[in-house]
Design a binder for this molecule. Structure first.
Ligand code: ADP
Ligand code: MG
Length: 405
């Protein structure tokens, strides 16, 4: 069940020092970029992931090829590592709990559980709101027809979201009337859902925060996010639209949330800024986030290095940003620009000729529509220059340009 790349796990003097092993639940691109950061600092990484040849397993020093819930798999991971982390939000909390008996897990099963359940998350945000002044969208839990009948009129039009497993706009349906709500609940097979009032968004931002085991927290600049078809399309950092007041409020709210959770690790919190300038907290991801990929090329400490530090219980690093940056997600779609049937590699040479372009590809063998294959970050002394280069990249890759032009 394992692909042996290393003879035996080397035992360092102290299990959290460089040279030691870190254990990662999940083998996607976030695990891969974590492994890059860990290896750069001298750590070795063991990844538990069922899929052969996944992005992280291609480069990690050891791959435990097992289901996330496999006791044997978890036992094998523990043979290698004593400090554990996760790269995806839907990792079974029970597995993190089991790892927790063997060594520190950052973030803990309890923290991840809150982020895995939209209703628990909203209750938690609402509780934090008394301190932060930032609340989630008005909402109502729906698990039966009775709940639909009890929905207040002012929650419509709204968005019905499954409480569990939703991501990239999946598991959510927009509804205008109670009849549509009822039909949407049928479509979602009566899974427990939350109905959220549709809010007039001006733009969306995310705030990355990290907290060490000593309770020390750090916060990154505000990133502004543009989505397409429910998937993150572009991130601009720092956000060109956010006012100093809103930025401060969002960063303070994020710091409050992470400390109130007693969280250790990297956490990303998404906020909406409404047309009247008010701030609404949307959701959180208990791991590095797509909107934080710009930190690899534009910040003193990337979100992945921060995750390594938090996981190994080391001091956190500076979140200072060297240069403005914009990030463009690369989806599998662009491989099918020239042909609908045969994937064709994009002209990376033309992309790399653009000033400040940093290409990151995740090693996924098969390009598919909507699949995240990589990203490009553009850094420049002025955000507008980076934006200009991103537009040029869109033209080269046949991607419809962002609406800011
Ligand atoms: P996901 O887990 O798929 O990212 P989100 O809750 O972030 O789910 O919703 C996806 C997108 O839908 C958001 O980025 C935002 O553009 C839009 N959206 C979500 N909730 C609302 C809302 N209450 N009002 C208006 N737009 C919303
Ligand atoms: Mg989201």
């Amino acid at each position: 069940m394992t692909i042996e790349k290393q003879v035996l796990p080397r035992k360092p003097l102290l299990p959290n020092q460089p040279g030691a092993w870190l254990g990662m639940m999940g083998g996607g691109q976030l695990g891969r970029m974590f492994t890059h950061a860990a290896n750069a600092m001298g750590y070795q990484v063991a990844v538990l992931e069922p899929e052969q040849g996944c992005p992280a397993a291609q480069i990690a020093q050891h791959h435990v090829s097992a289901a996330y819930t496999s006791k044997d798999g978890l036992r094998e991971l523990v043979k290698y590592a004593r400090h554990f982390t996760t790269e995806f939000e839907n990792v079974p909390a029970e597995s993190l709990k089991l790892l927790g008996y063997e060594g520190p897990v950052a973030p803990s099963a309890a923290c991840v559980s809150v982020a895995q359940d939209r209703l628990a998350e909203k209750h938690f945000f609402t509780r934090c709101g008394t301190n932060t002044g930032v609340y989630p969208a008005p909402h109502w839990g729906i698990s039966s027809a009775k709940d639909i009948a009890a929905v207040k009129d002012e929650l419509l039009p709204g968005i019905l979201k499954t409480v569990r497993m939703g991501y990239d706009g999946k598991g959510q349906i927009r509804v205008n009337t109670r009849e549509e709500l009822s039909a949407a609940f049928d479509t979602l097979k009566h899974q427990t859902c939350v109905l959220e009032k549709m809010l007039p968004l001006a733009y969306e931002v995310s705030v990355l925060v990290a907290r060490g085991v000593d309770g020390e927290s750090v916060v990154y600049p505000i990133a502004e996010n543009m989505h397409r078809d429910g998937i993150l399309f572009v991130t601009l950092a720092p956000s060109p639209n956010v006012t100093a007041d809103v930025a401060k409020k969002a960063q303070e709210a994020a710091l409050h949330i992470i400390s109130e959770l007693g969280y250790v690790g990297v956490l990303c919190i998404e906020f909406f800024v409404l047309k009247d300038g008010s701030l609404v907290v949307n959701e959180m991801a208990p791991r590095p986030h797509n909107s934080g990929h710009y930190t690899i090329d534009a910040c003193v400490t990337s979100q992945f290095e921060q995750q390594v530090r938090a996981t190994a219980q080391l001091p956190l690093g500076s979140t200072a940003q060297h240069m403005p940056a914009v990030m463009l997600n690369i989806l599998g779609d662009i491989w099918f620009r020239l042909s609908d049937t045969e994937p064709v590699d994009p002209p990376w040479d033309q992309i790399l000729a653009l000033p400040g372009a940093k290409l990151h590809l995740y090693g996924k063998a098969e390009a598919r529509h909507g699949r995240k294959m990589g990203h490009i970050t553009f850094v420049a002394p002025e955000l507008a220059q980076a934006q200009k280069h991103l537009v040029e990249a869109c033209r080269i890759l046949g991607i419809q340009e962002p609406e800011w032009v």
